[in-house]
Each structure stands twice: as structure tokens, then as C-alpha cells.
Write a protein that binds this ligand. Structure first.
Ligand code: SGN
Ligand code: CA
Length: 523
């Protein structure tokens, strides 16, 4: 082919770029994807059917997985709400973003991925749970719950003004999200953080889902009766046993149904009856009568059939599961509303949709509810994602991913350079192909909230593909080692096994290297 003189070529290219009526221009111009990041609170993958749940069906969340990628090894760096959210925003570990435990106040002046997206023309929104102490920064619009927020008739802070909304919180957060998408500037791409409160404690279902699981008996996890025999003291000293749930606040009985001493659980200083009275006082008369009608026979049965310790514990587990899972049903239904909206508006194709939870959760494993520990159920985050325009459907990914990776991923897709201070890595290569050869093979974890709710001692550790080494420190100075291949339930602490000593030394060396890499201070 004859070479075209450079000047003529440049002129032609320039003219082509000026001609906005040329239809080929709109098709060749790279379109930046919209981003919807859905995060629920305390949703374990055991309660998602795409992960093979033995508890319930979640067809809408499954749809995201089916139409995209299901991640099988997604982990959180600090298994607690506020810290997880701060890592999401900053792409940095808790010790660097400054939010180590609930009750800390997030420094909203630091760099976050929504701010960077905003700078390149994205509209940014956050709807639902925020829980970071300070008000959101870097958003064109926010509508967030005050602190944890209630299940019914929530107060939302909408761009600085607090207003009460009547109805079920999961529905209301979705209404807010859909309304915001409707009102957006359609000339710009958007990033929506869609953050549900559910299924966080104290698991109050929508009145329309009361009885959804009626008659169902939920299987007990294999480790339900863990006696913590080989563990350090941390597992014995926690306060998150199902046995110690409050009959009132957690399990929905009323003071007439039990002896007062049976409602104290482990949290002796708290006043569960008052908390429960406050929750009930929020309900409208209609909500309250639907509520009372459903729970009356359950309460009556509880009063009339006195149970021994073992039966009572199993009764508590069944009650807990019924309410927790009913909250998940509402989440799934509302994810369905969002997906239907994307379909009907033609947004589905060019919108990345991610579903995760701020951390995992115990649904009876080791006898527990709640999270915090570095054991699998709370270390894991469910993670499914789809992007029809750029990611093939029906994939699974076994590479180790961290919540540090979300910020870099979204920046990558938006074409924004990833700041060097961010400590995660874009998930884009994993979404689009096999993991790069140098993808991470281990992770560093650190939990800080002690003393605090549920009394889990501070700890940090390393998880490789096969092993997990945990150091409870400084309260206990005790180590645990688990072989996840031979002992996936983490029942056998091998820290004193002579055959493991060389392995332990290697893991400790690697742990030191990870601490250096992530700039973890000495104490
Ligand atoms: C509350 C809950 C705890 C829960 C923390 C943190 N108690 O304190 O059970 O561990 O939140 O949860 S409650 O009496 O308020 O229900 S987190 O998800 O926000 O980190
Ligand atoms: Ca949480």
C-alpha cells in the first residue's frame, strides 16, 4: 500500500474526529462502564444458592453469578463493618486508612475511588448503610442510614438532611437507588454504591416474608458443637455463641415468655429488653399487628414447651436461621428489582454489577453467630460480578481476592490510573481471563476491636492456599496453625505438631514479609 503523506493523514484523522454526526464515531469511542457495587451486611456465602447453600434459594444473586463470574476465594482484610467499608473506599489496609474498628471516624479527606471517578466525570452515589462516623465525601448524592439503622421506618441522611422514610429498610434503600438512577444525568457514566443493612443483627424480616420458611428445619453445620479443644483461649473467651443470644432482641420472645435470668446471654451489661422495646416501638400499628400475629404462636409454643439445654440451643439456632434467612430473601428480591431496572432501561449491557457483603458471618459454625475471627466463615466474603459488555458469563475464579482490590478494579475499568498508595490489585485480569502468573498466593489479615462487642481478642495472621497461621496478640500472645486441605473446618490447631515446625517457620517469615509489604507498624 502506498504511504499517505503524514500531514494529509493527520488532517483526515482530525476531520474525522470533528465529525460528530459520523455514526462510526460513537461506536468506536470507548464507553466507560457504569458501576453498581452492591454490598449487604453480614451475608455469608452459606446463604447464597450460587455457592451451594443448604439453606435457601437466592435466584437474583445467582443470576449475577451465572451471567458473570463467581469468585470462590474472596477475603476481607479485617472482618468488621466499618473497617471493611473503609478498605473498600481507599484500597488500603485499616492501619493506613485509619479506620481500625467500629466507632472510629473515617477521615473523609483522604483519597477514595469515588472521588477519583468523580474527577473524570462519573456521577457517584451511595445509598444505604455507611457506618463510618463522618458523612460521605466524594459523592454527587448520598442517602445513608444513621449509624447501623433499623429494619423498619429508617431515618436517612439525604445530602445532609435527615428524613424518616416509612416501610421496610431493604425496600426503601432500593427505592432510593432506583430513584437516583432515574434522576441521574444520562450523559455521564455513574458509580452507585448500593449498601443494604440486611441481614445484620437483629434480623427483623419484612412482614410480607414472615412465615416464608414455615415448617423448614435448617441443617446444623458440622462444627455446631465445637468444643474448641485444640485452640488458644480466644475461641473460649468470645461472646458470640448462639446459646447466649437474647431471647428477646435476637429471638423475638417477649418478657412474659421467659425467666429474666434466661435472657442475659453473655453480654451482662446490656439491656436487651430495652433494645427490643425500642425496635418494636418503631413499627406502625399495621406492621406491629402483622408482627404480633406471626410471632404469637411461636411465643406460645416457647412458653408451653420447656426445653432442656440441648433442645433449647437447637431451638435458638432454628429461630435465628429463620429470621436471618428471611432478611436475605428480601435482599435477593430487591436485587431482582435492580436487575429488572437495568434490563428495562437498557443499562444492563454496559454496567458492571458486583455483589458482596462487608464480611462473612457465622450461621452456627463453631456454635457462633457474628464474625471478626480469621476463621473461614468470617474471613470470606461472597463475591459475584457480571459485566455483559466485557466479561464472559458462566465463569468461576479460584484466585485469592481481597476487598483491597475493589477500588483498583473500578479505577481500572474507568481508565483512571491506580494511585501507588492503593494496596490491592485490579480484578480485571481475573474477570477477563485466567489469573496472571504473579497473582497473590497468600494474604495478610488483622483484627483490632478489643475490648468490644463479642469480645474477640485482637489478632493478625497469614492465609496461604493451604495453611492459616494466626497470632492472637497482644492480649493472649497465642498462635494457631490450620491445614485447610486436611482440616477445612479448622478444628485441629497444629501449632505444637513437631512435623509442622519447619512449615511454621516458613509461614512466619512470609508473614513478616507481608507486614513489610503492607507497611504494618510493629505494634
Ligand atoms: C452491633 C451488633 C453486634 C455486631 C456489631 C458490628 N450488636 O454492635 O452484634 O457485631 O454491631 O456489626 S447489636 O446489638 O447492635 O445488634 S457490624 O457489621 O456493623 O460490624
Ligand atoms: Ca457487617
Amino acid at each position: 500500500m502506498k504511504k499517505m503523506p503524514f500531514l494529509i493523514l493527520s488532517l483526515l484523522l482530525f476531520l474525522a474526529s470533528c465529525n460528530s454526526s459520523d455514526p462510526s464515531e460513537t461506536t468506536t469511542k470507548p464507553t466507560r462502564p457504569n458501576i453498581i457495587f452492591i454490598m449487604t451486611d453480614d451475608h455469608t456465602s452459606r446463604a447464597m444458592s450460587c455457592y451451594g447453600s443448604d439453606l435457601l434459594q437466592t435466584p437474583n444473586i445467582d443470576r449475577i453469578a451465572r451471567e458473570g463470574v463467581l469468585f470462590r476465594n474472596s477475603f476481607v482484610t479485617n472482618s468488621l463493618c466499618g473497617p471493611s467499608r473503609a478498605v473498600l473506599l481507599t484500597g488500603k489496609y485499616s492501619h493506613l486508612n485509619g479506620f481500625r474498628q467500629n466507632g472510629d471516624v473515617f477521615d473523609g479527606s483522604q483519597t477514595t475511588f469515588p472521588k477519583l471517578l468523580q474527577q473524570v466525570g462519573y456521577q457517584t452515589f451511595v445509598m444505604g448503610k455507611w457506618h463510618l462516623g463522618s458523612l460521605p465525601t466524594g459523592f454527587d448524592k448520598y442517602s445513608v442510614l444513621v449509624d447501623q439503622g433499623p429494619y423498619y421506618n429508617p431515618d436517612l441522611i439525604v445530602d445532609g438532611d435527615t428524613t424518616r422514610f416509612m416501610g421496610y429498610t431493604t425496600d426503601i434503600i432500593t427505592d432510593q437507588a432506583l430513584q437516583t438512577l432515574n434522576d441521574r444525568d444520562t450523559d455521564k457514566p455513574f458509580c452507585l454504591l448500593f449498601h443494604h443493612k440486611a441481614p445484620h443483627r437483629n434480623w427483623m424480616p419484612n412482614t410480607k416474608h414472615l412465615g416464608f420458611f414455615k415448617g423448614k428445619k435448617f441443617p446444623l453445620p458440622e462444627t455446631f458443637n465445637d468444643d474448641y479443644a485444640t485452640r488458644s483461649d480466644a475461641a473460649r473467651l468470645q461472646d458470640m455463641r448462639i446459646e447466649n443470644m437474647f431471647l428477646s432482641y435476637d429471638l423475638k420472645m417477649m418478657p412474659d415468655d421467659y425467666e429474666k435470668d434466661d435472657n442475659t446471654g453473655g453480654m451482662k451489661q446490656s439491656n436487651p429488653e430495652q433494645w427490643w422495646a425500642n425496635d418494636l416501638a418503631r413499627l406502625t400499628p399495621e406492621q406491629r399487628s402483622a408482627w404480633d400475629a406471626y410471632y404469637a404462636p411461636i411465643r406460645q409454643d416457647f412458653r408451653e414447651n420447656k426445653r432442656g439445654a440441648k433442645d433449647l440451643l437447637e431451638w435458638k439456632y432454628q429461630r435465628y436461621m429463620e429470621d436471618y434467612l428471611s432478611c436475605v430473601v428480601s435482599v435477593d428480591e430487591n436485587i431482582g428489582r435492580l436487575l429488572a431496572y437495568l434490563d428495562s432501561t437498557g443499562l444492563a449491557q454496559n454496567t458492571i454489577v458486583v455483589y458482596t457483603s462487608d464480611q462473612g458471618f457465622y450461621t452456627g459454625e463453631h456454635g457462633w453467630y457474628d464474625k471478626r475471627f480469621m476463621y473461614e466463615q468470617s474471613l470470606r466474603m461472597p463475591l459475584v460480578a457480571r459485566y455483559p459488555a466485557g466479561v464472559k458469563p458462566g465463569q468461576t475464579c479460584d484466585a485469592m481476592t481481597l476487598n483491597l482490590d475493589f477500588a483498583p478494579t473500578f479505577l481500572d475499568y474507568a481508565g483512571v490510573p491506580i494511585p501507588a498508595e492503593m494496596q490491592g490489585r485490579s480484578l480485571r485480569p481475573l474477570l477477563e481471563g485466567p489469573p496472571p502468573a504473579d497473582w497473590r498466593k497468600d494474604l495478610f489479615y488483622q483484627y483490632f476491636e478489643y475490648p468490644g462487642a463479642h469480645q474477640v481478642r485482637k489478632h493478625y495472621g497469614i492465609r496461604t492456599e493451604r495453611y492459616k497461621l494466626i497470632h492472637y496478640f497482644p492480649e493472649l500472645d497465642a498462635w494457631e496453625l490450620y491445614d485447610l486441605q486436611n482440616d477445612p473446618n479448622e478444628l485441629k490447631n497444629l501449632i505444637n505438631d513437631p512435623a509442622q515446625q519447619a512449615n511454621i517457620e516458613e509461614l512466619k517469615t512470609r508473614l513478616i514479609a507481608l507486614r513489610q509489604q503492607y507497611k504494618v507498624p510493629e505494634s
